[in-house]
Design a protein around this ligand. Structure first.
Ligand SMILES: Cc1ncc(COP(=O)(O)O)c(C=O)c1O
Length: 304
């Protein structure tokens, strides 16, 4: 990670190297942290944040689920994200708001801890690398996606990502780029940090929210594109073998963007080209860079 200049911490910008916390911070020990992953892109209007309102809405909802009183309104956190981009050198960047139970009290009752809120940003290329040409090699994980009866999957809580990290490490150790997790019912849920879409017989589909996925904002963007492009689209469950026999598969996520999958567990995907994925990926690239007027409402310029 290339150091930037400033991090926003509890209401003010502090120098990058001074944005530190104590090792006995409660959230570090018990996973009590909720966060977001947002991106700013360079557009004809300068740097702009993509779907900022929706990301902060999800952040506030994650806080609500975990009974965290952030002490800042959604508007204040949106403004802080803009301030972070404005005050750092990388204008095309990944933005990471995080709220966590702070230093002072230990024990499993998090309600006695003060909540800290911080926002950092850094330059981050496509999370799964430049897959636009090659495509991602994925494997179905032996780890099952955390069940929403055990952990609220709609809350973007750090603790959920231990499950993601296990799947990711397993995939990498087996020589793949990424994992695909099934849920406790044995049907496809999502990637460790991405949602998943498939195309079969010219129909685009993605698992429903009830399959225990994080309701991705990129997923929502793709669904709106599918409507505008007049694709046939369904939210439905898919089995592992339905993945293997798909015509096209792609991941969607703020970090990964639209990432084409070219192989799952040794089965090649997209023999006959990937026209649906390519159209969605092109439109996504235009929308985030302010080159598709219809979607400019999703961009918040950060100002000079
Ligand atoms: C588990 C999981 N699923 C899906 C996504 C995709 O969500 P989004 O498109 O909002 O980045 C993410 C990323 O935040 C994630 O961590």
């Amino acid at each position: 990670m290339k150091a930037q200049s400033k991090i926003w911490m509890d209401g003010k910008l502090v120098p990058w190297d001074e944005a530190k916390i104590h090792v006995l911070t409660h959230g570090l020990h018990y996973g009590m942290a909720i966060f977001e992953g947002i991106r700013a892109f360079w557009t004809p209007e300068g740097a702009a944040i993509f779907r900022l309102r929706e990301h902060i809405e999800r952040f506030m909802n994650s806080a609500k689920i975990y009974r965290m009183d952030l002490g800042f309104s959604a508007k204040e956190i949106e403004k802080a994200c803009m301030e972070v981009v404005r005050n750092n050198p990388a204008k095309e960047c990944y933005i990471r708001p995080i709220a966590f139970t702070g230093y002072g009290e230990m024990g499993l009752n998090p309600l006695t801890s003060k909540i800290s809120v911080a926002i950092g940003s850094w330059e981050w290329g496509a999370y799964l690398g430049d897959t636009s040409k090659k495509g991602v090699r994925a494997t179905v994980s032996s780890w099952v996606r955390v069940d929403s009866r055990a952990m609220p999957v709609q809350a973007k809580c750090s603790a959920n990502y231990a499950n993601s990290a296990l799947a990711k490490m397993e995939a990498l150790a087996a020589g793949y780029d990424e994992a695909i997790l099934l849920n406790t019912h044995g049907v496809v849920a999502e990637g460790p940090g991405e949602n998943i879409f498939r195309v079969k017989d010219e129909i685009l589909s993605t698992p429903p929210a009830s399959s225990g996925i994080l309701r991705g904002i990129t997923r929502d963007t793709v669904i709106q594109f599918a409507r505008d492009l007049k694709f046939k689209f369904y939210r439905n469950d898919a089995t592992k073998e339905e993945l293997y026999t798909s015509d096209e598969i792609f991941f969607s996520g703020t970090a990964a963007g639209i990432a084409k999958v070219r192989e799952i567990d040794g089965r090649r995907i997209g023999y006959d080209g990937t026209p649906f994925t390519d159209k969605i990926a092109r439109l996504y690239d235009q929308a985030v860079h302010g080159k598709a007027k219809r979607y400019s409402k999703w961009l918040t310029p950060v100002g000079a």
